[in-house]
Design a protein around this ligand. Structure first.
Ligand code: SF4
Length: 365
């Protein structure tokens, strides 16, 4: 409880922790341990940072799913960016991607060899870079879940408005609901309930999770990022199991609406089309990504430069796939904290500021 004590709403945290433990104790005789998976890198970080696992009884287990967009990006995608960088293309990217290993090197390695790799804090910076370098091609590394897709895809109308012919997107957009379906369908993945992501849910709406409740009997609780939000979510799941309920609960309704953000979804509809997508360590999940529609093909870097973002050959010892499916905790990977550290990461889960391995290394060793 020491971490929760330090939070500004410590009394509420103590109360929730106590209620979770009491309800879990009542549940223990009749039910095996409950496995609750969060699918959001910010939840992953908050759970580790605030010591939420320490508050929970043994029969309530938290797992991290594929909620970090950097972590689920295939090594082949990094390889494609490296190929373009070698062709004197300016690579514009969010900072987390720079140190992610591809099949052999990272963009940081390429940059030390002279590649022009520029870190952007906002996708709009890529438009400025393209405008300032009319004689060079600029490729923005367009990764992310539904939350990030909306602002990134506005690069297309921005480039059109400024009549830029040298900006394109290397896409690896991912959708959360198909990943949840794949996890439920995987007999080796133990998940009894989902803590649903906050920002992604603000885009897709809480109703997106109804199928998991109605067809699979898996409770879904949409939570915010504060430790109390997460504790409320866990408390709700335990309470549902105690009462024999299986419900969709939106505890983040101060932000998340049932139908999501229609303006953002309209942008998806206008520029993007569902595609099969590869998830690092997990494999291809049908219709789990979004690609650029044919009519906007000139903005699709993979088409424009004839490069493939598929597959790649990540370090065979890295167990990011098992971590991302919640099959193991990061410390179960033999390389954790030894051969693999934030200073010398072997896999993306140790690189990203939202990665499970990075979170465990920083807060739970
Ligand atoms: S500790 Fe490193 S090598 Fe192991 S799963 Fe995590 S990122 Fe991969």
């Amino acid at each position: 409880m020491k971490y929760i004590d330090g939070f500004r709403q410590g009394d509420a945290g103590k109360f929730l922790g106590k209620r979770i433990r009491e309800n879990a104790a009542k549940l223990a005789a009749a039910h095996p341990p409950i496995f609750i998976m969060e699918v959001c890198g910010s939840h992953t970080m908050a759970i580790s940072r605030f010591g939420i696992r320490d508050v929970l009884p043994d029969n309530v287990r938290l797992l991290s799913g594929p909620g970090c967009p950097v972590c689920v990006t295939d090594a082949g995608y990094i390889d494609a960016a490296l190929t373009l960088a070698k062709r004197d293309v300016i690579i514009a990217t969010f900072g987390d991607m720079v140190r992610v290993p591809g099949s052999s090197d990272s963009l940081a390695d390429a940059r030390s060899d002279g590649a022009d790799v520029r870190v952007c804090y906002s996708p709009a910076q890529a438009v400025d870079i393209a405008a300032e370098n009319p004689d060079r091609e600029v490729v923005f590394m367009a990764i992310g879940f539904e939350t990030t897709i909306a602002p990134v895809i506005t690069l297309i109308p921005s480039a059109m408005a400024r009549q830029l012919e040298n900006l394109s997107l290397l896409t690896a957009f991912k959708l959360v609901p198909p990943a949840l379906s794949a996890l439920i369908a995987d007999p080796e993945v133990k998940v009894d309930a989902f803590i649903c992501p906050a920002h992604v849910s603000a885009i897709i709406g809480s109703n997106a999770y109804l199928p998991y409740v109605e067809q699979h009997g898996v409770p879904c609780v949409v939570c915010g990022f504060e430790p109390l939000d997460i504790l409320f979510g866990i408390d709700n799941v335990v309470s549902q199991f105690l009462k024999g309920e299986r419900l969709l609960v939106n505890q983040y309704n101060r932000v998340v609406k049932p139908d999501g953000n229609r303006a953002a979804l309209a942008l998806f509809e206008k520029y993007l089309i569902p595609v099969d997508a590869g998830w690092r360590g997990i494999g291809v999940i049908p219709q789990s990504g979004l690609g650029i529609k044919d009519e906007f093909e000139k903005f699709d870097a993979a088409m424009r430069f004839s490069v493939s973002t598929a597959g790649g050959a990540p370090d065979p010892g890295c167990m990011c796939g098992e971590v991302l499916k919640g099959k193991i905790l990061p410390a179960d990977c033999p390389m954790f904290g030894d051969a693999c550290t934030p200073q010398h990461p072997v896999g993306p889960c140790m690189v990203s500021s939202e990665g499970s391995c990075a979170a465990h290394y920083k807060y739970e060793r």
